[in-house]
Design a binder for this molecule. Structure first.
Ligand code: PRX
Length: 642
């Protein structure tokens, strides 16, 4: 069914031809796209794919991401808004023009340099949604340092494993975040993470918002305001880096407990974002972009900070909930700042759907061209509702931390095309998308066949270069060799219809998606297992009306005699949840922890997570002939029924 009618009649082969060229005439296509950004020195090779699956984009070129996001706009739009910060948590609103942003970023860069940060050093950013977080990201790429932003909702154990892996010279943080009016102190979590990590950064730079105590460790910690005052007016030129120089790493979850540092280059990423702003988001310089994500996630990197700024747009950075002070806050911002492009997640729309639609219809949203949604499946009722209320195209787009920008969507900036409910759209230019048979790895070429969604190498510009410090893990985790080529797995099931529209049918691995947040069930299991009375645990993602999925845990106690009453079980469930909150963060907290005497496993001892998940969702668990003890699954069924 068509959701959004095309605004112009699609030409016979406009987008199809655009996509074909991007694959078959790859170098010419990307050479054209690369003209959208400024190079200090032109590249000599468009794509060096001599060592697959490693792709080196725009080799020989020298570039700077901060120059393209900030400095290059000073000529035409120094006094136009670049960053609009709105916090409904602290009731602050601040705007920075490109000129002011330029000053702030240099100040932050000067402070980092004064702490010894040079090209190639890592800087870990653990911050709430405040302007200094964006300054820190831009300051890093300005001087060639590699940032690694850790989502502020993560707690000490998650943070420690990232500090350990990224081995930053400096950590930039703040006294506290705030959520729903509740202050969340960061410093104790950071101090605990630094204690747990074997890597110790030389310096810790703290932004004091005056929300929570922020005790400074002598010799290591510094107050940003004090340091910044010392660097006032210092000019920090952009350090031109090779196109393939890493701009950042961003950790994401997979099947194993250890998060992977997705490493991104500089030149390919700058070009990919600039191109996506035009062809996908139809953003124009001087307009305003509003992404409701968080800088701790990939959407925040690409479409709060870098993409809009590269395009010369103002970007809104919003700290707060979508329903506070009321469910009209986002639309109030759209109206006030004449937002033309908005980006959010289906979960947020499902939250708003519970409130009166007049919060949206009561606003003048004339500036808004479209609402882009990503991060999790967009269900039809949600799409229908928001489409009806907003009266604007709702554009689903599918991608991953690994790719950095959309893999599937409708590229209305190239040629207006209808959307189909339930489908993010077609393969985006640059992506040679395939569906592979799970068992044989053979390509499925007929329509309506279910397979693993894959991308034939090389991945287009902007996608991950490798796993930070672990090339072998990059190759072994994501790539399969099929004769003559290498193929990247997304770990998502997909299906393609006769018209080339794809539908996403869930993950093939142990990753779950809670309210658009990507979480590894293994990480949650590891945290739960640290409870002294847990012998074994299985965590599965279960369908949820509001959050898409929630985590459900089934634990086997070491000593069942401690759990004889319902009160005992609730107490231990509470202890486990607190532990997950403290170690990983509340985002990872399971909705329920239930206790069983045995977990369903195969005879070879493999946990039957899919069967548990099916039972939790009231579905048929399928073929259980390999199951060791059928009573184990029945126990779970009985618990859920009881
Ligand atoms: O399972 C897919 C789901 O989210 C995963 C990637 O999550 P993350 O790395 O956090 O990146 C999010 C970038 C938007 C995917 O493997 N996913 C993402 N977008 C969609 C989606 N599932 C269905 N529809 C989408 N539009």
């Amino acid at each position: 069914m068509s959701a959004n009618a095309p605004s112009t009649t699609a030409g016979s082969s406009g987008y199809a031809e655009f996509h074909r060229r991007s694959i078959e005439d790859r170098d010419a296509f990307w050479t054209e796209q690369a003209q959208m950004v400024e190079w200090q020195q032109p590249f000599t090779t468009v794509c060096n794919y001599s060592n697959p699956p490693f792709a080196r984009w725009f080799e020989g070129g020298l570039i700077n991401l901060c120059h393209n996001a900030v400095d290059r706009h000073l000529k035409d739009r120094a006094d136009q808004n670049a960053l609009i910060f709105v916090s409904t948590e602290t009731n602050e609103e601040k705007t920075y023009t490109f000129a002011q942003l330029h000053t702030e970023v240099q100040r932050m860069a000067a402070v980092l340099q004064s702490m010894g940060v040079v090209k190639g050093d890592r800087v870990l950013i653990y911050m709430p949604m405040i302007p200094e977080a964006a300054f820190a990201m831009l300051a890093c790429v300005r001087i060639g340092a590699i940032h690694s932003v850790v989502f502020g909702g993560f707690a000490s154990v998650s943070l420690a494993s990232r500090i350990e892996d990224a081995s930053p010279k400096v950590v930039v943080s703040a006294d506290a975040g705030s959520r729903g009016g509740k202050v969340v102190p960061y410093k104790p979590l950071l101090d605990e993470a630094l204690r747990l990590s074997s890597h110790k950064p030389e310096r810790v730079l703290m932004v004091d918002r005056g929300l929570a105590p922020m005790p400074l460790t002598e010799g290591r910690d510094a107050d940003y305001a004090t340091e910044a005052a010392r660097q006032n007016g210092v000019v920090v030129p952009c350090v031109w880096v090779e196109s393939t120089h890493p701009s950042y790493t961003l950790y994401t979850s997979g099947t194993t407990g250890k998060p992977k540092g997705v490493q991104r280059d500089t030149g390919g990423y700058t070009v990919a974002l600039a191109a996506s702003m035009k062809h996908i988001f139809q953003g124009e310089a001087g307009q305003t972009y509003f992404s409701t994500s968080d800088i701790g996630w990939v959407v925040g990197h690409s479409y709060i900070v870098y993409g809009p700024l590269i395009a010369g747009m103002a970007t809104i950075m919003y700290e707060g909930l979508p329903i506070r002070p009321d469910a009209g806050i986002w639309w109030e911002l759209v109206e006030r700042y004449n937002v033309s492009v908005m980006f959010s997640a289906p979960t947020a729309v499902r939250v708003l759907k519970k409130y009166d639609s007049s919060f949206i219809t009561g606003r003048n949203l004339g500036s808004l061209k479209a609402l882009y949604l990503a991060g999790e499946p967009l269900d039809e009722p949600t799409a229908q509702w928001i489409s009806g209320v907003l009266g604007r195209p709702i554009i689903d787009n599918y991608w991953q931390t690994e790719t950095g920008w959309p893999i599937l969507t409708v590229c209305n900036g190239v040629e207006a095309a209808p959307s189909k409910f339930g489908s993010p759209g077609k393969a985006v230019y640059g992506y040679n998308v395939k569906l592979l048979d799970d068992a044989t790895g053979a390509e499925l070429t007929e329509p309506n066949q279910k397979g693993v969604l894959a991308i034939e190498g090389p991945l287009p510009p902007g996608c991950m270069q490798t796993v930070w410090q672990d090339d072998a893990r990059f190759v072994n985790t994501y790539w399969k060799s099929v004769p003559g080529r290498m193929v990247y797995s997304t770990f998502d099931w997909g299906i393609r219809d006769e018209e080339g529209y794809y539908f996403i049918l869930g993950r093939t691995d142990d990753v779950i998606n809670v309210a658009g947040h990507r979480l590894g069930t293994r990480e949650i299991e590891e945290s739960i297992s640290s409870h002294p009375n847990v012998a074994e645990v299985a965590v599965v993602g279960v369908a949820d009306q509001l959050k898409g999925q929630v985590a459900m845990a089934f634990a086997v106690p070491r000593d069942a005699s401690l759990l004889t009453s319902e009160a005992d079980r609730l107490k231990m469930e509470g202890e486990i949840m607190k532990r997950v909150d403290e170690q990983l963060g509340a985002v990872a907290r399971p909705a329920r922890v239930r206790f069983v005497s045995v977990l369903p496993k195969t005879r070879s001892g493999k946990l039957l997570r899919r069967a548990i998940q099916a039972v939790c969702e009231g579905r048929d668990p399928g073929d259980l002939t390999t199951m060791d003890d059928p009573a184990a699954l029945r126990q779970i069924q009985d618990l859920l029924a009881g």
